[in-house]
Design a protein around this ligand. Structure first.
Ligand code: FAD
Length: 537
């Protein structure tokens, strides 16, 4: 059972209960997805169990950059920066639609600041083996005024400009999981692991409860890997009593979304903050998102951490300070998201001082836990985990698969070029073909074939996306489609409310929902969308 078809759920659960797998992965964020892909491509039989929807956790709340993290150079973490900087090209090769090269602008307030940026970027480019065509540029005042005319010219006189890669985190997770499923992995959402199966002292599988029916499934495996992100300690506690002190330090990161018309910038922009943190402004379609905050979090580990008024004000301030635009207020914010970074704890260190490194540890029953890391490093994290699986199980695996193409990634050039090659796009709303190319890559053709008519008149979401989400990407709930498949919640704010009814109607047909179920799906998603504005009080 390798298809991600939500309609095949009963068969999927039967298979999970029947087989004995080489590997069970707990958690369907980018870390778990990367491990499942790597293991399946190396011939292992794999089951992945995700408690909620795929990418429901941190892997949908990032800044969406495939990057080396220039600022970690200042922390002296050269090896980490080098690995991540090199990884940008690998992810681009796997999925050009999900790692789009864009210019990142570092506006400088003084010659000294410009020099500091240039030295940092030059080192970054050396570490990342950046090719000549992608090397940094220096913009003087005239070029800065021409390329980003809204930046406050009295404050910024020059800029250092270099290449970074823009991704879509949730879509990257889905594409990686589809690659895993394509190689034979059994990939299941809505299966929360709530216990470990043991034989003598060894962990020999996981017990999971289905979030849709309440059914309990016991999944047996030779090895179990815990990749539950911010919840990794909780899953580890199903095997062992928690030790002294926390292993993870969680930090909350918030992004706000503004209409692009309010801040019409062209490039990715770094906005300096008085406290030394980094805030980025990232244009995407008709929106710009601004983030992130980085505040230690010792609240409960809820799936949707709250966006507070203070977070929003913190992110609005640099927009007012750095740009010649009317200062935006809380009412200009059209969407928000907050996520929890699972960082490896170090006594006495604040969130922003902590390394983004990952760490693997082994429980008393042999379960491996991986935590920390970055979206960008998912392939290397998977390789490290599988090396640990080899050591603990005594098996020898074939070499890692390398950057093989992800579904939809089989094209050269940019998403814009791909969009122009899509058939029958003349009748689509402006920007629609490009949006589809960015989300689905070459699979946008199949999406359009299953329904090219817009979901709302003149809108950019098309009917085929719903069928695709349910039958190819295992979307079970309306929220899955609105937030993590079509991305309407954050990238198509003008339509996010209007498409709820037609999406729910089509999902009801595909999944056999009753009228009551359909209404409660709509209610729940409306409530979730409204919750993004809880900061307004
Ligand atoms: P998650 O994505 O949280 O996945 C863990 C999954 O485990 C969840 O889906 C959860 O539902 C599931 N789970 C939990 N308990 C159970 C259970 N009992 N049974 C089954 N499943 C369970 N990295 C970058 O490279 N670039 C960036 O630009 C970037 N920006 C960031 C910005 C912010 C604000 C934040 C917070 C992080 C950012 N990161 C970035 C880091 C990156 O997002 C994370 O390192 C990465 O997404 C973590 O993925 P994960 O799979 O480990 O965790």
């Amino acid at each position: 059972m390798s298809a991600l078809d939500a309609r095949q759920r009963p068969a999927l659960l039967r298979e999970l209960a029947r087989e004995r797998f080489d590997l069970v992965v707990v958690g369907g964020g980018i870390t778990g997805a990367g491990i499942a892909r790597d293991a399946a491509l190396r011939g292992m039989s794999v089951a992945l169990l995700e408690a909620e929807d795929f990418a429901a956790g941190t892997s949908n709340r990032s800044t969406k950059l495939i990057h080396g993290g220039l600022r970690y150079l200042a922390m002296g973490d050269f090896a980490l920066v080098r690995e991540a900087a090199l990884e940008r090209k690998a992810v681009h090769a796997m999925a050009p639609h999900l790692a789009e090269p864009r210019w990142m602008v570092l506006p400088a307030r003084s010659r000294l600041e410009f020099l500091k940026y240039s030295i940092g970027v030059s080192l970054y480019e050396t570490l990342g083996a950046v090719g000549r065509e992608d090397r940094r540029a220096s913009w003087d005042a005239a070029m800065l005024a021409e390329s980003e005319p809204l930046l406050d010219r009295t404050r910024f006189r020059r800029a250092c400009v270099y290449r970074e890669y823009l991704t879509d985190d949730a879509r990257l997770v889905i594409a990686t999981l589809r690659a895993a499923a394509g190689a034979g992995a059994c990939v299941a959402s809505r299966l929360r692991v709530d216990g470990m199966l043991r034989e003598r002292d060894r962990v020999i599988g996981a017990r999971a409860r289905c979030g849709l029916t309440g059914e309990v499934v016991e999944v047996r495996a030779r090895s179990v890997v815990n990749a539950a992100g911010p919840w990794a300690e909780r899953v580890a506690a199903l095997e062992d009593e928690p030790g002294d002190g926390p292993r993870l330090h969680l930090s909350k990161g918030v992004h706000i979304v503004l209409p692009r018309a309010r801040l019409p910038i062209e490039n990715l922009l770094y906005l300096p903050m008085p406290d030394g943190r980094a805030v980025f402004a990232i244009p995407r379609g008709s929106t710009v998102y601004v983030g992130t905050t980085d505040t230690s979090w010792d609240g409960d580990r809820r799936l949707w951490p709250e966006v507070e008024a203070a977070d929003v004000d913190y992110l609005l301030e640099p927009v007012a300070r750095c740009f010649d635009v009317p200062a935006p207020g809380r009412d200009d914010v059209i969407a928000t998201w907050a996520g929890l970074r699972p960082l490896i704890a170090r006594p006495g260190k604040a969130a922003r001082e902590l390394s983004r490194r990952d760490e693997i540890w082994t429980g008393s029953g042999g379960m491996l836990t991986i935590a920390g890391g970055k979206l960008t490093g998912f392939r290397h994290m998977a390789e490290d985990v599988l090396a640990a699986v080899e050591r603990s199980s005594g098996v020898t695996l074939p070499p890692p698969p390398g950057p093989t193409t992800l579904p939809g990634g089989d094209f050269e050039g940019s998403p814009e070029t791909l969009a122009r090659s899509l058939p029958g796009t003349d009748n689509l709303a402006p920007g629609c073909a490009e949006r589809l190319a960015r989300l689905y890559g070459t699979e946008a053709r199949a999406v359009l074939e299953s329904g090219a008519e817009p979901l709302v008149p003149g809108g950019e979401l098309v009917r085929g996306e719903i069928d695709w989400a349910v039958t190819r990407e295992a979307a079970h709930d309306l929220e899955d489609v609105i937030y993590r498949r079509t991305r309407a919640a954050w990238y198509s704010p003008a339509e996010r409310e209007a498409v709820l009814l037609p999406v729910a109607a089509r999902m009801a047909t595909l999944l056999g929902w009753t009228d009551l179920e359909r209404s409660s799906q709509i209610e729940a998603t409306r409530a979730r969308l409204a919750d993004e504005f809880a900061f307004r009080g």
